[in-house]
Design a protein. Structure first.
Length: 298
């Protein structure tokens, strides 16, 4: 279990590190950085796929697509939803929106609880009901004071929830499904790298003309692939309750990264963060309670 906890925490720190260091990849734009990340990650993710013996699962999914063409369309939708999230993760810190994006990651587990209730008819525990109520109160506070949640928060909460629900419905919630998502995104990534926007050089030219990127881009691919491998290792080694509880480490680190990058809470946002923080604490306590009371727990 110690190995699983360590893997989860290290993975969270690696994801938080990518979030914090995104601005250091300037003059790459957010789109170009997204393209380079996917391109640099794909070879290592492929090696991980082969090492874990999940290549056969990729073939199984492809055969299903050949039989049911609608599954192919859903795979395209899945990849698009995933791509938007990975783009936003690197784009937001470059544009002063790291804090509202990290708020989306705080709300995501609660949104997944609601998605499970609505889509899969899963019953909510009393602790989950309390957590959802607290988070809803925090969101209501923002709406009542006339501010509302920033659009990156909604993109994370709605987009990632839809992505995970879709993958579960398609039965592609595995490394094989993740690898296919990255592969489908490859043409878009190459476009962002090779085609120059109207007001800038192409991502390829920027990388060639910026010596620090010779080191940073491969490092980004390595860190991204290692974080994914550790995350999946933690999922395999840990009880579900403890794994879910540790999943809250990452959004805390994302908020810290946003503050270190110079972003600050807006006046009047304090109550919202307190209520959502209380909701997260309730969810974490429920995970700890489930862990302590599972069969075989000492």
């Amino acid at each position: 279990m110690v190995r699983g906890v360590l893997a989860s925490v290290v993975a969270s720190f690696l994801f938080g590190g990518m979030y914090y260091f995104s601005p250091f990849f300037a003059p790459l734009t957010g789109e170009q950085l997204f393209g380079w990340r996917m391109l640099a990650t794909l070879p290592l993710t492929t090696l991980l796929l082969l090492y874990t013996g999940q290549g056969a699962q990729v073939q199984a999914i492809v055969r299903r697509v050949q039989r049911y063409w609608r599954l192919g369309a859903l795979l395209l939708l899945s990849a698009a939803l995933f791509g938007v999230q990975l783009w936003l993760f690197l784009w937001a810190p470059l544009h002063g929106l790291a804090l509202p994006t990290s708020l989306g990651y705080f709300l995501l587990p609660l949104a997944m609880v609601l998605a499970g209730r609505v889509v899969f008819k899963e019953r909510l525990t009393r602790m989950q009901q309390l957590a959802v109520t607290l988070a809803a109160a925090g969101m209501a506070w923002e709406l009542l004071r006339g501010a509302g949640l920033a659009w990156p928060t909604w993109v994370v909460v709605i987009g990632y929830s839809a992505y995970f629900v879709l993958r579960r419905l398609m039965r592609t919630d595995s490394l094989a499904g993740h690898w296919l998502d990255v592969l489908i995104l490859l043409p878009a990534c190459l476009w962002f790298i090779l085609v120059a926007p109207s007001d800038n050089a192409s991502g390829w030219l920027v990388a060639r003309q910026t010596p620090k990127l010779y080191f940073l881009i491969p490092l980004l691919g390595i860190v991204s692939a290692v974080a994914l491998a550790l995350y999946m290792t933690a999922h395999r080694l840990l009880p579900l309750g403890l794994f879910g509880m540790l999943s809250y480490v990452e959004p805390v680190l994302l908020v810290l990264a946003a503050l270190l990058l110079g972003e600050r809470l807006e006046p009047g946002q304090g109550p919202m963060y307190v209520l959502i923080g209380a909701a997260v604490l309730v969810m974490a306590l429920e995970g700890l309670w489930q862990l302590r009371n599972r069969p075989g727990a000492s």
